[in-house]
Ligand binder design. Structure first.
Ligand SMILES: Cc1cc2nc3c(=O)[nH]c(=O)nc-3n(C[C@H](O)[C@H](O)[C@H](O)COP(=O)(O)OP(=O)(O)OC[C@H]3O[C@@H](n4cnc5c(N)ncnc54)[C@H](O)[C@@H]3O)c2cc1C
Length: 284
């Protein structure tokens, strides 16, 4: 089995940003389990030190960063990072993939695509295939800010009920992180949508001032970086665990199947893996 990911590192929206000796969880901030399958997975990760408790209310984070659980799931697999798949094609009963740099990969017995839904729809359309339902999923965007400040605030997590900010998380308050004042700020979905094309400098200015207001003191900022997530949080989910076409041996999964959270991506991926393995006659 081979995994291809266009990101420089693995993790997708659970990815970690490292800069100037600092680290930030730039996307997802924590995990929670609503169902038994993910609860069992979290408990296993916690037992092995890959996940730990943070900020109460059943919230768990990866250790030393949110991508740690993804790295664990991929540890026995062959992963090609920094490789965008731009084309998939059938070759008899097999699949071949092409990347953006002219490389070809395969043959493979089956293909599972786990990009955000609009990117899956684009790849399928470009390649002349379809999986009915992918186009129904919709996402809200999110502007995210990573800030290094002189001192870490005492608050671990603030979820403001008004203004542009949806969340302020103190990265350094999470278990297994380096010391130092590091904050991640996420704008609310509607604010992010309304300001999607606004230049980064203006986003930094508005969101850092709003964060100062919530923290009640000026933030002497040593480092700041803004990141725009076009497909951040699922707004309309498919409400099916995954899509799989047994005739083509082509499937798709991701949070867009079940809802806006890590647990949904996990459970959807498992459902697709089960469907493919059952079809290929492999052991789950
Ligand atoms: C700002 C933000 C905050 C969030 N906060 C939380 C939170 O606190 N708790 C929570 O549970 N969830 C949170 N989420 C949602 C959570 O991150 C997602 O639900 C989950 O990570 C989705 O996983 P996924 O595998 O479905 O998709 P992704 O994580 O998006 O993974 C898709 C992967 O596909 C790759 N890819 C895309 N196109 C190609 C291509 N052409 N070729 C190869 N690879 C490709 C990408 O590089 C990426 O690695 C947050 C998301 C964001 C953006």
């Amino acid at each position: 089995m081979r995994v291809f990911d266009k990101g420089r590192g693995v993790g997708g929206r659970m990815a970690n940003r490292r800069a100037d000796g600092m680290q930030f969880d730039q996307g997802a901030q924590f995990m929670q389990a609503h169902g038994d399958v993910f609860a069992t997975r979290l408990a296993d990760w916690e037992r092995r030190g890959i996940v730990g408790p943070w900020a109460g209310a059943g919230r768990r984070v990866g250790i030393p960063d949110m991508a740690a659980p993804v790295r664990d799931l991929l540890s026995d697999l062959s992963v090609a990072s920094g490789m965008a798949i731009t084309w998939i094609s059938r070759d008899g009963a097999c699949w071949r993939l092409a990347d953006g740099a002219g490389g070809e990969h395969g043959p493979f017995a089956a293909v599972a695509i786990t990009f955000p839904a609009p990117q899956i729809a684009a790849l399928l359309a470009a390649s002349g295939f379809a999986l009915a339902g992918v186009e129904r999923a919709t996402y809200a965007p999110c502007w995210s800010l990573m800030l290094a400040v002189e001192r870490a605030p005492p608050e671990m997590l603030i979820e403001p009920n008004e203004g542009p900010i949806g969340l302020i998380a103190s990265d350094s308050s999470k278990p297994g992180r380096p010391e130092g004042g590091r904050l991640t700020v996420h704008a609310k979905p509607d604010w992010s949508r309304a300001h999607l094309e606004v230049p980064r400098e203006a986003i930094v200015s508005v969101l850092s001032k709003a964060a100062e207001a919530w923290l009640g003191s000026p933030l002497p900022i040593g480092y700041v970086q803004a990141h725009r997530w076009r497909f951040a949080q699922v707004e309309t989910a498919l409400e099916k665990p995954c899509l799989y076409d047994p005739d083509l041996r082509l499937g798709a999964a991701g949070d867009w199947c079940l809802g806006p959270r890590i647990e949904a991506a996990h459970d959807s991926g498992l459902a697709l893996a089960d469907a493919i393995l059952a079809d290929l006659g492999g052991a789950a």
